[in-house]
Design a protein. Structure first.
Length: 147
């Protein structure tokens, strides 16, 4: 599995309940840009419309060796999911506070995939608690190492 980019901020801002792997409908120059590692998931999100899933605000840079038919960097991209998965996610997103966000883009074989997470937003005090727990675990690991 060749990871192109990750949304690290998502794990800080959201509590990820579950994740789903989805394919992406891409143009040729987008695939070449992804292979070069030129993608950004910051501020991107997934919406479900009419039994289809779409990825918004995912920035894939234009291919450097492309011509005038190069792709638009912030275009809306269709995600390829089974209808049952979309319906199951639609039911969970309908609950208050849940949203779908992309966690990472990677290549599985020759196919570009995106991992979509069902997330619930964290409040400020929850973020602080998470940071405190991580620091405590690091300090314990350091103490055990130095022992």
């Amino acid at each position: 599995m060749n990871i192109v980019c990750q949304n690290r901020k998502a794990f800080h801002d959201y509590q990820i309940e579950e994740s789903v792997e989805a394919g992406m409908a891409l143009l040729g120059t987008e695939v070449k840009s992804l292979r070069a590692g030129q993608a950004n998931l910051k501020d991107s999100y997934v919406l479900l419309k009419d039994d289809e899933a779409f990825l918004f605000n995912c920035h894939i840079s234009p291919y450097s060796h492309g011509n005038i038919t190069n792709h638009e960097p912030l275009r809306t991209r269709k995600l390829l999911l089974h209808r049952k998965e979309i319906e199951r996610l639609r039911g969970k997103v309908a609950q208050k506070g849940y949203t779908l966000i992309p966690l990472k883009i990677y290549f599985k074989g020759s196919m570009a995939k995106v991992e979509v997470g069902l997330a619930k937003g964290k409040r400020q005090y929850e973020k602080r608690e998470t940071i405190k727990k991580k620091e405590a675990v690091r300090e314990i690991a350091r103490a055990m190492k130095n022992r």
